[in-house]
Design a protein around this ligand. Sequence first.
Ligand code: ADP
Length: 526
Amino acid sequence: MRLPPGVTSADFSKAIKEFEAVIGKEWVFTSDEDVDLYRDSYSPLWHEEDEPIPSAAVAPDGIEQIQAILKIANAYKIPLWTISTGRNLGYGGSAPLLGGSVVLDLKRMNRVLEVNDKNHYALVEPGVSYFDLYRYIHERGLKVWLDPPDPGWGSPVGNCLERGGGYTPMRDHYDAVCGMEVVLANGEVVRTGMGALPGSKTWQQYKYGFGPYVTGMFSQSNFGIVTKMGIWLMPEPEAYLSGTVTVSKHDDLFPLVEIFANLVNSGTLQATTLLTSPLWFSPPNEELDALRYSGSVPGLEDYARRKNIPYWSVPLPFYGPAKVIAAQWEYAKEKFSSIPGVKFEDGPSYRFPLSADQLAKMTDTVPFGIPSLQIFSIMGPHGQGHLGFSPIIPMTGEAVLESQKVFTQVYRDLGSPGGSATTFPIFSFFARAFVNIYLFPIEHDVEKNRKTREIYRRLIKESAARGWGEYRTHTTFMGDISDTYSFNNHALRHFHETIKDAVDPNGILSPGKCGIWPKRMRKATA
Ligand code: ADP
């Protein structure tokens, strides 16, 4: 049996027996066959010595059982790695960061506690998946939408805690969180925001409560175990429409992004979109490949003109009252019309609820609040998995161009395939800044994964040197990315460590998560 680091075999056996006594033998998993299910099949360390494999997993049902597990883990100093449904593939899945940790799997706590379609919120437990919540809403005919990520098999709790993104105006998933219940390492149960007021009537309607706002401390952290979460939902919109804006010149990117940012920041445009160059996504041919490789702007502009391909394009999705969104699209067109030669194309428009026929014809239901696993079939040739590299960059044309240049160059230097045609799609998952997501393929091939890690680490450095930081990452790189958030001699990390030592003195909760190590495992840092 694998052991948690620093725990003797005798102690671990005793701890396992104690876990079994408090939650039942059938909810303590120790056989290789069971534990293997918690490995990350998208791990960039797949089948290497350093792959972090858990020692066991426990699946409690309820706060009392969590408290009992914490007591045992504190006594034997056993690291626990908390997951909700453990489906965030590309970021670690259900595997811990520290090999030998015991996975604390909250899948059994899967109750939808409330959905309110008058004030538009839900209160859920960690094991509730997007599919579960959708089904609950749908079966009751409630007039609210959730905002699933792709794919929808994970949980709102896990995804919001990781600050994931979706597509509707509720796309910033952490931003939709309103009130949490958290079990601390010492077993104490805390409710944040208005939840601290006994009998509160607005736990899911007002985020801040009174005093310091601590809810955010439990996202991307290892300070507690979240057992309930409030999430704001979107009232079912009346309608949807979309249109695409295209421009023909390379330098049109600058006014395109400036106008786009104004529309986003003024609230005219609130949903996620993808800024791309259709030139990069056009089917390759020898001439285009050579032009893309050389990066010749006049050459590419000339090619685009001859083939009638736009240089840049951005689709604009609008959700809301039909009259309002029609006016928003009109207004957006008026603003973009200041770019000479700009073109507009009307896209699909819908009234909600969608008919069965409309639904059947859709390739992707996620932008319409309906969870799906479609992404796995449209993601393309990604071998056995993928790994997202996702820096936050300014919402400016300059930053977009710089990011394309940096990433293409790193790619070429490392002799990666596709170095001539690489483009990095720019998403607007969050207000005010772009996120640039590149999906590296992960394969069950040790040598290829070693190379990918090298590229990835270099990209982290190249990005940080330009003032860009990643918003989220796979467990393998959490330390590297945390290292780049180093202002004033890592003052922020020191602050995190001060909190960690105070709330989890035995260092049992998710050691290493986002670069936060408990004192007993901390390496000396400068
Ligand atoms: P999903 O349910 O979306 O698949 P995961 O369960 O994989 O998400 O959770 C993503 C990450 O968020 C985990 O690796 C863990 O670090 C953190 N996390 C998930 N659930 C909780 C929770 N209930 N309390 C504290 N941290 C959590």
